[in-house]
Design a protein around this ligand. Structure first.
Ligand SMILES: Nc1ncnc2c1ncn2[C@@H]1O[C@H](COP(=O)(O)OP(=O)(O)OP(=O)(O)O)[C@@H](O)[C@H]1O
Ligand SMILES: [Mg+2]
Length: 223
């Protein structure tokens, strides 16, 4: 069982998109998956409604309306009967965010590759570090670059270097900017992982999920 928070102090960096796609990837592997929607805007709930209407999103549970006061209980309940708990957070620092970080096996920090985005990566990572100090346990965090113009672009390479130099680890796989693949889900529930989705996007999402799960269960432990 794994608890994964999608977290950034910046809005619009791809948290919700990644939460839904990672859930779809895990569900396709037969895992029992739940997304906790902890953003007051309820974007995951909206996706679930659209998906249900279109007969998609099968095998992905959604718990909507998770708040600061219910976060810990909802996570504990979700963890009881799911293999993967994904927590979609709002794009700001809050107590709900701190509580989610505190319960997480890994914190995923989606980010664009601009300088301003990187500042927010460090701010978000500082929140994780604060939680680590408070709890006296280590909480792994990984940045994932989202919406890059091309695979391993020069700018992305610089961004990767700057984040690594700042002491934050970055996943190898990034999501490429693919409006057709990623932006339909809010209208019709279609994720890249669906049979009529986008295979290239699905592949990058599968790889990102693999990398996240490897943080929680390193290969040598499973060997
Ligand atoms: N790889 C991608 N290619 C193209 N569009 C993308 C990609 N990733 C995300 N998007 C789009 O970027 C926008 C912001 O993404 P998303 O809603 O997932 O971000 P967020 O971090 O959850 O934002 P918020 O903080 O407002 O909740 C959405 O319109 C989404 O469809
Ligand atoms: Mg969101």
């Amino acid at each position: 069982m794994a608890i994964v928070s999608l977290c950034s102090t910046k809005g619009g960096v791809g948290k919700t998109t990644l939460a839904i796609c990672l859930a779809a990837s895990a569900a396709r592997r037969g895992a029992r998956v739940v997304i906790l929607d902890a953003d007051p805007n309820g974007h995951v709930r909206a996706w679930r409604d659209a998906a249900t209407r279109e007969g998609r999103g099968v095998g992905i549970a959604v718990v909507a309306g998770v708040t600061e006061s219910t976060m810990q209980d909802r996570i504990a309940e979700a963890a009881e009967n799911h293999d993967l708990v994904l927590i979609d957070l709002e794009g700001a620092a809050s107590k709900a965010v701190t509580f989610a970080i505190a319960e997480s096996d890994v914190v995923v920090i989606p980010s664009g590759i601009s300088g301003m985005d990187l500042q927010e990566v460090f701010r978000t990572h500082a929140e994780v570090k604060r939680a680590e100090k408070m709890l006296r346990r280590s909480i792994p965090a990984r940045v994932v670059f989202t919406g890059s113009a091309t695979i391993k672009s020069r700018v992305a390479k610089h961004a990767r270097q700057e984040v690594s130099d700042g002491g934050v680890q970055v996943l190898d796989t990034e999501t490429i900017r693919r409006p057709n693949a990623y932006q339909a889900m809010h209208f019709n529930g279609l994720t890249p992982l669906d049979p009529d989705g986008d295979p290239k996007a699905a592949q990058e999402i599968d790889q990102i999920l693999d990398e996240i799960l490897a943080v929680i269960t390193p290969a040598e432990e499973t060997a």
